[in-house]
Design a binder for this molecule. Structure first.
Ligand code: GDP
Ligand code: MG
Length: 690
């Protein structure tokens, strides 16, 4: 058994980075220096621990956020792995929800890259305190100061340089610690024994200047320190560190460190900084939730003594069963007890609790406020659900994910594959809330949808490999949506049938109108109670929601629509659930037809980075693809970044076209932005009316 740490000694952190900045390599070094692994894993050989899935090993990217625990300076650090590829922003968002702090890794040659900007903004939204690590200091073109400038210019952040590199590029051998005013040099092969020495004489003046600047910047964030500083009083190291810690936790400053994970330099000071400057759960405000029944706001202190509030943030199924990763915000979760899931209104028994290390799992009897772990074998609980005491209920805010924008048809090769396929799809959908499975009503085809081509490719790959399913996969297509553009009042439908000797009756009057952007399907039951008894309302809602799954124009799911049940009637001995449901479905369809149905397509935010000489080609390509150019900006090495808004359908095959237009020197990234109306000409084409 490992010892129980007090909550002040926990750090729940994520390592956040643009793809290829070195997140996996840095994580590996952290595991190595904290003695969790016996040899250094390498991304390039495919031997890393955190990228534990086959595909990741092969593609060299991190997809799934697994949580691992390490110990450093008598603190327990839980690291939640976050993916770097934009197709998996859902993973990043989910991880950010449960983190208290983040280490943002940058490539010292590239500085801030497009995806770091996206993730930085998300981290701002969740108020995640950060420190920065400028990695790859050994590479040609590496620059600590240019990277810091890009943090100011592109992220609008307030970086606080904590170190001064000793040498750059292949000459990089260590750092000056500006708090201690000492040099740290890595001479040994695996970097396990950094040496503290005096600051090299040629860097002394620069280090003194930077130290003075550091003092001043930190002093400005705190009234007591400002006074001392202005009066010319000595600020002690302890006071300085406390000031940096407070400013970091309050998100006023972001301390910056540097190194090269690959060459084993600079990682230990980063670990020290996680302990010294990133918040513990006790530094965070009390956790807020609502009472699941009354919806009244509830607040829990982050202590073991409070009633349990835990959030499941990740579900992974493997051959050992279903593992639900969770974070305890307050109270204690104990093996052998029964907890309550207020979202699903179900009890769940905690049979097996585990803590996950780099290369092993440990069974534990309890996990306490602030900690992260996994439960094996929960049946009803999925990502975003709360676990609490049934007698002291609380519901934490769930985790929201963007709608999938791309889809492919999939078909089992043989009847034997059919069952395997169903099981594989169900498991994968449970793990990944942005992966959806449904059946096309018209063709009966199985459709899977996700956040991008790479996302689906990887899921299909897992299905074929882990679950051994034989399947044919269609071409990726855009996931359209449908909506309405006009308000229609009083759409009435009365359903009356006799089946055998049983009467079926239902009668509803609906109002259908456009809803707000991103609001989905909203149902408002406002019929007088003496016209439709309350207990029939759920059947009416189900009828409407099911009908909205397939729109009236081309059969795509409807969204951003408000449906009000304004009236109806009830006939004793005749009205029943089936009758109301059918009436609601029919009324909805009739109403949607009359309410100016329209097609919506996913529109992406795209950033292309190209050498100057290809700028014209790229802009031409964007114009051809119905792109709206938002702006351009210079990038290091005579490159230009072009930002545009482009319909997703126009981006199919873009990677190839960009490659040939720029001789392989252009790169692009994109993320979902919003759903937009599609012109009638496009709709007509899709309907075959040319
Ligand atoms: P991730 O995509 O952010 O997880 O990045 P990886 O850790 O997979 O690293 C991407 C590539 O950069 C790999 O080929 C690494 O070997 C390389 N790399 C990582 N850190 C460094 C570094 O400090 N210096 C150099 N030169 N290469 C590095
Ligand atoms: Mg990686």
């Amino acid at each position: 058994m490992t010892k129980k740490y007090p909550v002040e000694k926990f750090r729940n952190i994520g390592i956040i980075a643009h793809i290829d900045a070195g997140k996996t390599t840095t994580t590996e070094r952290i595991l190595y220096y904290t003695d969790m692994t016996y040899r250094i894993g390498s991304v390039d050989d495919g031997t890393t621990v955190t990228d534990w899935m086959e595909q990741e090993r092969e593609r060299g990217i991190t997809i799934v956020s697994a949580a691992v625990t390490v110990f450093w300076q008598d603190h327990q650090i839980n690291i939640i792995d976050t993916p770097g590829h934009i197709d998996f922003t859902a993973e990043v968002q989910r991880a950010l929800r449960v983190l208290d702090g983040g280490v943002v890794v940058f490539d010292a040659v590239q500085g801030v890259e497009p995806q770091s900007e996206t993730v930085w903004r998300q981290a701002n939204r969740y108020d995640v305190s950060r420190i920065c690590f400028i990695n790859k200091m050994d590479k040609v073109g590496a620059s600590y100061f240019a990277s810091i400038d890009s943090i100011v210019n592109r992220l609008g952040a307030h970086p606080l340089p904590m170190q001064l590199p000793i040498g750059e590029e292949s000459e990089f051998i260590g750092v000056v610690d500006l708090v201690e005013m000492k040099a740290i040099i890595w001479e040994d092969e695996d970097g396990k024994a950094p040496k503290e020495t005096d600051i090299p004489p040629d860097l002394l003046n620069k280090a003194k200047d930077m130290r003075a600047q550091l003092m001043e910047t930190v002093a400005e964030t705190d009234d007591a320190l400002t006074m001392k500083y202005l009066e010319g009083e000595e600020i002690s190291k302890a006071e300085l560190k406390a000031g940096i810690r407070k400013a970091t936790i309050d998100n006023k400053l972001t301390p910056v460190f540097c190194g090269t994970s690959l060459k084993n330099k600079g990682v230990q000071p980063l670990l020290d900084a996680i302990v010294d400057y990133l918040p513990s759960p006790a530094d965070m405000p009390p956790v807020e939730g609502i009472h699941p029944k009354t919806e009244e706001p509830l607040v829990r202190e982050r202590t073991d003594e409070e009633p349990l509030a835990a959030l499941v943030f990740k579900v992974v199924s493997d051959k050992f069963g279903r593992m639900s990763y969770f974070r305890v915000y307050s109270g204690v979760i104990e093996k052998g007890t029964v907890v309550f899931n207020p979202v699903k209104r179900k009890r769940e028994r905690i049979n097996k609790l585990i803590r996950v290390y780099a290369d092993r799992r440990e069974e534990v009897d309890a996990l306490y406020a602030g900690d992260i772990g996994a439960i094996v074998g929960l049946k009803e609980t999925f990502t975003g659900d709360t676990l609490c005491n049934e007698g002291k209920q609380i519901q934490l805010e769930t985790i929201t994910f963007p709608e999938p924008v791309i889809r492919v048809a999939i078909e089992p090769k043989t009847t034997a594959d059919k069952d395997k396929l169903d099981e594989a799809l169900q498991r994968l959908a449970e793990e990944d809330p942005t992966f959806k499975v449904n059946v096309d009503e018209d063709t009966g085809q199985l459709i899977i949808s996700g956040m991008g081509e790479l996302h689906l490719e990887i899921l299909i790959d897992r299905m074929l490999r882990e679950y051994n399913v034989g399947a044919n996969v269609g071409k990726p297509r855009v996931s359209y949506r449908e909506t309405v553009t006009k308000t229609v009042e009083d759409v009435e439908f009365e359903y009356v049938r006799q089946v055998g000797n049983k009467d079926i009756h239902g009668h509803v009057v609906l109002k259908i109108e456009p809803g707000q952007h991103g609001s989905g399907v909203i149902f408002l039951p406002l019929a007088p109670r003496n016209h439709i008894p309350d207990h029939y309302v759920p059947a009416i809602e189900t009828g409407i929601r099911e009908a909205a799954e397939g729109g009236v124009l081309l059969g795509y799911p409807m969204t951003d629509i408000r449906v009000t049940l304004v009236d109806g009637s009830y006939v004793e001995y005749e009205s029943n659930e089936v009758g109301y449901k059918v009436a609601a479905t029919m009324a909805f369809r009739e109403g949607a037809e009359a309410a100016g149905p329209a097609l919506l397509e996913p529109v992406m935010k795209v950033e292309v980075i190209v050498p100057e000489e290809h700028l014209g080609d790229v802009i031409g390509q964007m114009n051809q693809r119905r792109g709206d150019i938002l702006g351009m900006e210079g990038r290091p090495g005579n490159a230009q970044s072009v930002r545009a808004i482009v319909p997703l359908i126009e981006m199919f095959g873009y990677a190839t076209e960009l490659r040939s237009a720029t001789k392989g020197r252009g790169v692009f990234s994109m993320e979902f932005d919003h759903y937009d109306r599609v012109g009638q000409d496009v709709v007509n084409k899709m309907l075959g009316i040319l």
